[in-house]
Design a protein around this ligand. Structure first.
Ligand code: HEM
Length: 557
């Protein structure tokens, strides 16, 4: 076995910045966008063609290059001394004997990189995927809550930021990684900050198993009625899948909202388990898709399709983020959504999702045309924006705290940020929070346009809305809104401003926003119904197939 210590400065390979962008199938992601000093980043990765020469490096974001030193690195099997081919996993970069001298990471911005040593040139390596930027900063703990993990029993979100221990939950691509016994010289002589992983002699020549997402989906028979013994067990299959999904989401709290956004995009044009990642509006959704791969592989043979599991995952995420006292179950009672026919889930059909600069009337047109929604259903579904966040490196909006007071809690908080208290329309407009537009300069981010967004503050933390949110309560159209998103009227009347106040949105929409502001239970029930309708888009329920648990098969409309 040859272990060569490679000093980065000796590396010949130089690559243009653009080649560092993640291949469509490989991804790497940090569990948070901001860490307090000394907190361990948990880095998740997924790769289509794993080799036992894959490693993860953390680089200062301004210097992500094979010519530069990674600040920290580990093989994808989890240490600097293990061997193994890993398809996917999560690695904690906590304090470790491997880089005790340079721990913790200095304050600054970083990216994680999935790197792969060349099989032919022991001095060369390449970057297969690069994560979005994350920060290490002493103020991170005060920037507002990260979406938190729900309590272990069931649905109530805890307000604690989960402590991430150092488990390495990697999925070996072949067998379990064997532990490498270091020679007296090799790994221990590496000076971590100045060396990169050296080429290893492969000890396991067996080919990696193929990536689950590349398998041909197991078709669900549409012949079998649901009311038979096989389908009696369908409710237990669903319960088991849901339990595993809950564990996955609890372990990665930002995943829940991302899954919800993913399912919305998937169901535009019919829920088919495929989202075309070449479309910029779908940015980041591939990480959500890949996170479900192993569960798709496990549950497909039991009768749940990939789009079924995506819907179940989003459902689980929403339920987990409700308060116990306000809990409103979202029943998962329909199965049999058919995966698209594209070769890969990231290539499916690409129907247009609504723009974040959409006009008020066009929102209603979009939801009617796409899901057959009334204004009330459109207003209810948009309450999904209560949770989650807006990331500048995804679509160009800068809202790490999201749109609401508590962006981890699924309730009617969104409507309270958009509609003021009061019994008349005038009061509900005048007493609303004081949103103002701000310019977001994204010229430092390749391919991300500059934006206008609406900013407010709650408990001293910045929260953010886009025009598509504001348009639910103010009548936005080409008369008061430019193509670049700039709006020429103000949200609430402000003394001393020359700008007029934007008119209230059409009353059939506004009235629903008011109802949800004032009645959380009503919102949760109506969201449940609108979400269920959205997640059956493209199908009709075959009522003759329903079993005694009410689980029915969907057939293509
Ligand atoms: C007019 C239609 C909509 C527009 C223009 C829109 C736009 C956006 C934008 C710009 C973001 C920020 C993405 C980011 O920076 O990561 C976002 C996030 C999100 N959207 Fe929407 N959205 C719409 C409808 C919906 C619907 C119908 C749902 C769900 C049913 C939804 C669920 C979400 C969620 C949960 C997030 C947070 C994602 C995260 O934290 O990763 N959106 N949306």
């Amino acid at each position: 076995m040859i272990v060569v210590v490679v000093v980065v400065g000796l590396l010949a390979a130089t690559m243009p910045e653009s080649s560092f962008v993640a291949a469509v199938q490989d991804f790497i992601l940090s569990d948070k966008s901001c860490y307090i000093s000394g907190e361990a980043p948990l880095i998740s990765f997924d790769t289509v063609r794993p080799t036992d020469e894959d490693w993860i490096g953390i680089y200062p974001s301004g210097n992500v290059s094979p010519d530069a030193d990674p600040s920290l690195w580990l093989w994808t099997c989890g240490t600097q001394e293990c061997w193994g081919k890993m398809t996917r996993g999560s690695i904690s970069f906590g304090k470790s004997s491997e880089y005790v001298d340079i721990w913790p990471l200095d304050a600054g911005s970083y990216r994680a990189v999935l790197a792969r040593n060349s099989q032919t040139d022991e001095f060369a390596y390449d970057f297969a995927a690069t994560s979005p930027i994350f920060k290490v900063d002493s103020s991170c703990g005060t920037v507002g809550p990260e979406p938190n993990s729900a309590n272990p029993t069931n649905m109530g979100p805890s307000t604690n930021i989960p402590t991430i221990a150092t488990p390495t939950t990697n999925v070996p691509a072949t067998a379990n990684p064997t532990t490498y016994t270091p020679t007296s010289t090799a790994p221990s002589t590496r000076a971590p900050a100045t060396v990169v992983p050296s080429t290893k002699e492969p000890i396991n020549a067996s080919p990696a198993t193929s990536h689950p997402s590349l398998r041909t989906p197991t078709p669900v028979s549409t012949d079998a009625p649901v009311h038979n013994t096989q389908n009696k067990s369908m409710s237990s299959v669903i319960a088991a899948a849901k339990q595993e999904l809950a564990s996955l989401i609890r372990a990665n709290p930002t995943l829940g909202p991302l899954l919800l956004r993913m399912v919305f995009h998937d169901c535009v044009g019919g829920c088919d388990g495929c989202i075309n990642m070449s479309s910029p509006e779908n940015a980041r959704l591939d990480s959500a898709m890949y996170s479900l791969d192993s569960l798709v592989t496990k549950y497909e043979p039991m009768g749940l399709t990939r789009p079924d599991i995506w819907v179940l995952a989003a459902t689980t995420g929403v339920e987990l983020s409700m308060l116990d006292t306000e809990f409103c179950a979202i029943p998962f009672t329909s199965i049999g959504r058919q995966p698209c026919e594209a070769a890969h889930m990231t290539e499916g059909p690409n129907p247009e999702v609504c723009s974040s600069n959409i006009d008020t009337d066009d929102i209603l047109i979009f939801f009617r045309a796409t899901f057959g929604f009334t204004p009330q259903e459109a207003a209810a579904l948009m309450g999904a924006h209560t949770v989650g966040r807006l990331r500048r490196d995804v679509l160009g909006f800068d809202g790490p705290n999201g749109r609401t007071l508590d962006n981890a809690l699924f309730n009617n908080g969104y409507y309270k940020e958009l509609v003021g208290p009061g019994t008349t329309y005038q009061e509900q407009v005048d007493n609303a929070p004081n949103w103002h537009q701000a310019f977001v300069d994204n010229s430092d981010l390749l391919g991300i346009p500059n934006r206008y967004q609406w900013e407010g503050s709650t408990n001293g933390e910045k929260i953010v809305m886009t025009n598509s949110d504001i348009a639910l309560v103010r009548q936005l159209d080409s008369g008061n809104k430019a193509e670049n998103g700039h709006v020429g009227c103000q949200f609430v009347p402000r003394g001393g401003s020359d700008e007029t106040t934007c008119p209230m949105a059409r009353s059939d929409l506004f009235v629903e926003m008011v109802k949800y502001r004032n009645d959380n239970q009503r919102f949760l029930h109506d969201f449940r119904d609108a979400f269920t309708k959205m997640t059956q888009t493209g199908y009709v329920v075959d009522t003759s197939s329903c079993d005694q648990h009410g689980i029915c098969r969907l057939v293509k409309a």
